[in-house]
Design a protein around this ligand. Structure first.
Ligand code: SAM
Length: 294
């Protein structure tokens, strides 16, 4: 269960889709002054050095954030504009790096921590015995650390206890590693419970696109849960290659319950650009679908 280390995948195309969406969701929810509770049910180590350890071995960032930044620089020098959400996301990555060269990649806990306003709170769950220590150490360095609670507990099981948040304004990122087949089932149970307790929360789920049956069924299962609770949803997928075999992850998606109305417009602009910037073969493509509950 504990073989997964997110450092291997830091700054990958999957992180880009997930973190870009996350930044948009936080910015939208912060348009109102009321306190926001943000929960990251699967936090990881918080921040990653791309030139050291697992990230330097896998080099997934080379085909992810590094490519996107090169593409953004080229666009800039040709006087072309990128989508706003891509610029906002890239600004979060730049903020962690003191030179133009990207060496540090912030995971969801750091991206979220930096965006907190004084009235907001962040709750992080991480079960891995090594990752939790690294996460605690990393978060301890932040000036925002007093607004952040870290739990060495099962995020799937504990989410319901935090719902609804005191201010009834909440954003939940659900980003399991899906190494264990049981994660797919745990996700469904967790979403059922969370929506029963806090139907109006914004829940953002990252998922891998794999031929494994549980992975292929995941969006359909989430849509059924949304229908049962009469919730709106948005599904965004990004495929960077379509090669035989699944030696490495070629595509991933985000499924959002109760998405803000602005998200679809933003992703409709960003996804074609991301597809072009990150394509590794001609099979690169994207999908954007949504449903509005009445
Ligand atoms: N959200 C992070 C980010 O975007 O930077 C990456 C998280 S990584 C995909 C998933 C993490 O969840 C791993 O660090 C793993 O150890 C942890 N994990 C696995 N099962 C868990 C559980 N039931 N509750 C909390 N954390 C868990």
């Amino acid at each position: 269960m504990f073989s997964y280390r997110h450092a291997f995948h830091a700054g990958s195309h999957a992180d880009i889709l997930k973190h870009l969406t996350l930044v948009h969701l936080v910015q939208y929810l912060q348009e109102k002054p009321g306190a926001l509770t943000i929960v990251d049910t699967h936090a990881g180590a918080g921040i990653y050095n791309l030139e050291d350890g697992f990230a330097a071995v896998s080099k997934e960032a080379d085909n992810g954030i590094m490519r996107l930044q090169r593409f953004a620089n080229e666009c800039g020098s040709e006087g072309n504009k990128l989508a706003q959400s891509i610029n906002d996301y890239l600004a979060c990555i730049d903020a962690e790096n003191t030179t133009e060269h990207t060496r540090i990649y912030p995971g969801s806990p750091f991206i979220l921590a930096r965006l907190l306003r004084p009235q907001d709170r962040l709750k992080l769950f991480e079960l891995h015995p090594k990752e939790i220590d690294i996460l605690r150490h990393n978060i301890g360095e932040l000036k925002q650390s007093k607004q952040i609670d870290i739990y060495a507990e099962n995020g799937f099981a504990r989410l319901k206890g935090l719902m609804p948040p005191p201010s009834r304004r909440g954003l939940v990122l659900i980003d399991p590693s899906y190494e264990d087949k049981q994660d797919y089932r745990n996700l469904e149970v967790m979403m059922e419970e969370a929506l029963q307790r806090f139907a109006t929360g914004c829940y953002a789920i990252w998922y891998p696109m794999l031929s494994r049956r549980e992975a292929a069924d995941l969006p359909g299962r989430m849509k059924k849960i949304a229908a049962a609770h009469n919730r709106s949803w948005l599904q965004a997928e990004l495929r960077v290659e379509n090669a035989p075999g699944e030696r490495r992850l070629q595509a991933s998606g985000m499924f959002i319950f109760n998405p803000p109305w602005t998200l679809e417009k933003d992703l409709a602009e960003a996804l074609p650009i991301l597809t072009k910037a990150l394509a590794q073969d001609t099979g690169a493509n994207f999908l954007l679908k949504s449903f509005e509950a009445k």
